[in-house]
Design a binder for this molecule. Structure first.
Ligand code: URA
Length: 217
């Protein structure tokens, strides 16, 4: 990827981040501390899409920087990727919350919030144009595959994602963190299998770096 192309994508993403930060289409746009647009390599071959920012993400304005983010980095490391190699974002850019007594808790984004935020996500996909999308958890998967999508049956398979980009679904790292005992072992085994499929797909010659000869055309 040329330096010019990289700079062009960075510029477009920065414009998108500005537009998302100015958006107040939902109530959560007024409630959040920071807009969490997304971050990472603008020319990434792998894009990770989670559900929505949690408390730490809202505080720092960055996706996946809490406990789930730590696990996500380990998952990426297991297939030879660093956080900086991929592009990470969410279906919604503001933290969805509910008041539970005195405490603000995270909740899943509702369909209207996801629909309002979708143009920002679609634009990110268009700009980064990844070779593979990995949806993390059921809400992210449902936003692409429909509300009947069942993660226990549907994860670990390839789907035709947005713009025809191959899409894989795996469990959300926060879900993995909630497991214990044999459920934890089994969930980790499934996530590892999904990650290996992503690695294999990225390593396919047609998706890998351009053939040497084309460098000189
Ligand atoms: N969970 C998500 O889905 N996204 C984040 O950015 C953090 C936690």
């Amino acid at each position: 990827m040329s330096l010019e192309e990289r700079a062009r994508r960075e510029r477009l993403l920065s414009n998108g981040a500005g537009a998302a930060a100015a958006c107040r289409a939902c109530r959560i746009g007024y409630e959040r501390r920071n807009n969490v647009y997304g971050e990472g390599e603008p020319c990434a071959r792998l894009m990770l899409i989670g559900e929505g920012p949690g408390e730490t993400e809202d505080l720092l304005g960055r996706p996946f920087v809490g406990r789930a983010g730590d696990l996500l980095e380990k998952m990426l490391g297991a297939i030879g990727l660093a956080r900086e190699d991929v592009y990470i974002c969410n279906t919604v850019k503001c933290r969805p919350t509910l008041l539970d007594g005195e405490k603000l808790r995270n909740r899943a984004p509702d369909p209207a919030e996801m629909a309002n935020c979708r143009p920002f996500l679609d634009e990110q996909i268009e700009i980064v144009d990844p070779s593979v999308i990995l949806a993390l958890g059921a809400p992210a998967a449902k936003s692409f595959l429909g509300r009947d999508f069942a993660i226990t049956r549907g994860r670990g398979r390839w789907y035709d994602g947005p713009r025809g980009i191959p899409l894989m679904v795996t469990f959300h790292p926060a879900y993995v963190l909630r497991q214990g005992g044999t459920a934890l072992t089994e969930t980790k085994r499934q996530v590892w299998s999904d990650l290996k499929a992503v690695r294999a797909r990225l390593d396919e010659p047609s998706l890998s770096e351009p053939a040497q000869a084309s460098l000189f055309e």
